[in-house]
Design a protein around this ligand. Structure first.
Ligand code: MF3
Ligand code: CO
Length: 262
């Protein structure tokens, strides 16, 4: 069942999404060599609670933290740990918030420079995939159009598109229908309508698309252990087209806009 949201409900989701955005901006200066995922997780939980929200991931199906911190070959759902970040790492930070009964959920991949050129290219292309997917989220298009745009761009650049994890609807629940795969065929899948709210989240691998889950029951890694990047925005379809409810602007204000983002 796909719940179409009213404009009032979309405003509440925007509030939750913006708190995630601010949390990522608050964390951004700490995403540097020597910092750990555990440190970021503690900062995030405090920040979210101080701003009237609850961490959405903590306790979700038993997930133990407020953030997913996914370094290099970790695709998503990395559990924050005490391993210090180092130069050359790419770090996806995914954060979810519940506020006023609604969820926000978004993610950004940070570079700990200097990062190898091919890895930086992966991060850039993954960001571009997100924006190309969002452009397709308009009334009259279908879910498959979003996935097709993402897959085309990733594969044209020689990268692998993760199949086993997908984007999703969100609202009063963190995960709602429809699923939003990062692959697909034009004209396939659910018709997009005004009032749909979607988390679009390309997960793109430098190598092959295959992934594995570690024994902790959460961490998803690439099967070939090559790096993977991940970006996520929450969007609402309003007046026929996608409006982005989350923002990376707080990150850019904190640490500057990375040179791979135009
Ligand atoms: N953005 C991720 C997702 O939609 C975050 C979920 S982490 C979890 O799958 F712990 F909450 F599962
Ligand atoms: Co998500």
């Amino acid at each position: 069942m796909i719940y179409l949201k009213t404009l009032e409900e979309i405003e509440l989701i925007r509030e939750a999404a913006q708190l995630v955005s601010k949390t990522l901006g608050y964390l951004a200066p700490f995403v540097k060599a020597g910092s750990t995922g555990k440190q970021l997780d503690k900062l995030a939980e405090e920040y979210i609670r101080d701003h009237g929200g609850d961490p959405a991931f903590k306790g979700y199906h038993g997930y133990p933290a407020s953030l997913c911190v996914s370094v290099n070959e970790v695709v998503v759902h990395g559990i924050p740990n005490n391993e210090p970040f180092k130069e050359g790492d790419i770090v996806s930070i995914d954060c979810g918030v519940k506020k006023n009964g609604f969820y926000g959920d978004h993610a950004f991949t940070f570079l700990i420079e200097p990062v190898a050129p091919e890895v930086k290219k992966l991060v850039q292309v993954t960001y571009e995939c997100l924006m190309l997917g969002i452009e397709q989220a308009s009334v009259g298009n279908r879910i498959g159009d979003i996935g097709y745009a993402i897959q085309q761009h990733a594969e044209q650049n020689g990268f692998g598109v993760v199949r086993d994890l997908v984007g999703h609807g969100l609202g009063k629940n963190l995960h709602e229908e429809p699923e939003v795969p990062n692959f697909g065929r034009p004209g396939n899948g659910h018709l997009l309508k005004n009032g749909m709210v979607l988390a679009i989240e390309p997960m793109i691998n430098l190598g092959k698309y295959k992934v594995q889950q570690l024994k902790d029951g959460w961490t998803i890694v690439t099967a070939d252990k090559k790096p993977s990047a991940h970006f996520e925005h929450d969007i609402a379809i309003i007046n026929g087209k996608a409006e982005i409810l989350s923002t990376f602007e707080f990150i850019y204000q904190a640490i500057g806009k990375p040179d791979f983002i135009r």
